[in-house]
Design a protein around this ligand. Structure first.
Ligand code: SF4
Length: 466
């Protein structure tokens, strides 16, 4: 029997029609996640063609990008600040009602960032194909699902047919071995991987994260790693399901129940790459040498260990432009650079373990004068759990702003923006020019580094405060 990778097993199981030299494969989609930003156009097309949603039972809608994070706007009668955002939210409510799609609306306890809520509901499961009109759909690969972002036009295709036209990607093994040192997190690991592979090193591939380090990660840490696969250019990132995956899913409301659970786990246990399965590319990472990482430029591959200096390069206009935007110079030390804003949240680092890590640093300390610390849970469930665990109180006492869930400052929405020229240490996944606001300067880092930098008011190695 041919030895197959995890990706190949999931791909083959969902091929309605295999690809040919002239045509892409037709791939069946198990779970279609939708939100307010990339779905309106798709629903309009369905309406114009008189088509229903093919599988409403395989479609879940939430609102996250355009939703406000101020409680009075979510639960009170204060209108959403941006008119365009308010319209998107309203349109999704109308479309979901018209097409019979389940929606977690503005005041629903199950609402949150799409890549946070589906796993916490147990809707994302091993071996599934999962798509969403959002790049960071790769998050769901942490469960051994083949999950990737699609465009607005493709959202319409999936709504209408539950299928997608796709060229088959190649496979790439990211082998990580060894114990991650204290103070270093899954976010540092994925930033180090992107630094090594490059922002386009994964183009055309699906990553499989493998090795003892990956096996030792919690599900939330695995989601952080898979979330940023797209930042290395990969179509998706996957991790083979194991006992950690099964233990996470066991209590989730939408996971298989009773006898179905045993049958599902038996099936899921086969979702590993066979011994001898060939990958088209690979890279090896030694986790024991990892350090907290921080970006200095305008893509996530422009990253260094926190104690390092910004690399010097000559004759590279793109590099010079990035450093010019950031107001940095080759040879500058990252440690000690001043910080204006700190954002802890997003689909990368807005889960309970991320907030627990931040609280470890913030407990009994104060945010430095003049620094804004915004902490935004990834979902209302995370918010509830963080409040029940006393984390919100720690954050408020430290001087942080504690908000309702949403994408918020990850993309600079509804006033959750970084002013032009200011420096933001952010736990999100993109540091492109203007991502957090016009002229905003974003430095990506872990929740530990973000919290430590908020306390000191400058870039700080979190290991100094642990
Ligand atoms: S948190 Fe950021 S990256 Fe994640 S879904 Fe929202 S906007 Fe996209």
């Amino acid at each position: 029997m041919t030895a197959r990778t995890l990706f190949e097993k999931v791909w083959i199981a969902h091929e309605v029609l295999p690809e040919t030299p002239d045509t892409p494969a037709v791939l069946y989609v198990d779970l279609h996640l939708i939100h307010e930003v990339t779905s309106p156009q798709a629903f309009s097309v369905l309406k114009s063609l008189g088509l229903p949603v093919r599988r409403p039972d395989r479609t879940l809608a939430t609102m996250d990008h355009s939703t406000p994070t101020l409680s009075e706007q979510v639960f009170g009668n204060v209108p959403i600040r941006l008119d365009a955002a308010a319209k998107q939210v309203r349109q999704l409510e109308l479309n979901a009602a018209e097409f019979g799609v389940e929606l977690f609306g503005m005041r629903d306890m199950r609402r949150g960032i799409v890549h946070v809520i589906s796993p916490e509901l147990g809707a994302t499961q091993p071996g599934m194909t999962v798509v969403c009109g959002d790049s960071h759909t790769s998050t769901h690969g942490a469960f051994g699902a083949l999950a990737f972002g699609i465009g607005s036009t493709e959202v319409g295709h999936v709504l209408a047919t539950q299928c997608l036209l796709q060229r088959k990607p190649k496979t790439f093994a990211i082998n990580v071995e060894g114990k991650i040192p204290p103070g270093v997190t899954a976010k540092d690991l994925i930033l180090a991987i992107i630094g090594k592979v490059g922002v386009s090193g994964g183009t055309g591939y699906v990553f499989e994260y493998r090795g003892s380090t990956i096996r030792a990660l919690s599900m939330e840490e695995r989601m952080t790693v898979c979330n940023m696969s797209i930042e290395a250019g990969a179509r998706a990132g996957m991790i083979a399901p194991d006992e950690t995956t099964f233990a996470y899913l066991r209590t989730k409301p939408r996971a298989p129940a009773a006898a179905d659970w045993s049958a599902a786990v038996a099936r899921w246990r086969n979702l590993t790459s066979d011994a001898g399965a060939a990958f088209d590319g690979s890279v090896d990472i030694d986790a024991t040498t990892l350090e907290p990482m921080i970006t200095y430029g305008t893509n996530p591959g422009m990253v260094v260990p926190i104690g390092a200096a910004i690399p010097k390069r000559t004759g590279d206009a793109v590099y010079d432009k990035a450093l010019g935007y950031m107001g940095f110079h080759g040879g500058d030390a990252m440690l000690g650079k001043p910080v204006n804003v700190v954002f802890i949240g997003s689909c990368t680092n807005g889960r309970l373990e991320d907030l627990q890590a931040a609280a470890q640093i913030l407990k009994g300390r104060k945010v430095a004068p003049g620094v804004q610390l915004l902490i935004v849970p990834g979902s209302q469930q995370v918010k509830h759990d963080a409040e029940a665990a006393g984390l919100a109180e720690i954050f408020r006492t430290a001087g942080a702003e504690w908000r309702e869930s949403g994408c918020s400052m990850c993309l600079g929405m509804n006033g959750d923006t970084v002013p032009a020229g200011q420096y933001s240490v952010s736990t999100s996944n993109r540091n492109f020019e203007g991502r957090q606001g016009v002229g905003a300067r974003t430095l990506l880092a872990s929740p530990l580094t973000a919290a430590a930098s908020a306390v000191r008011g400058r870039i700080t190695d979190p290991r100094e405060l642990l």
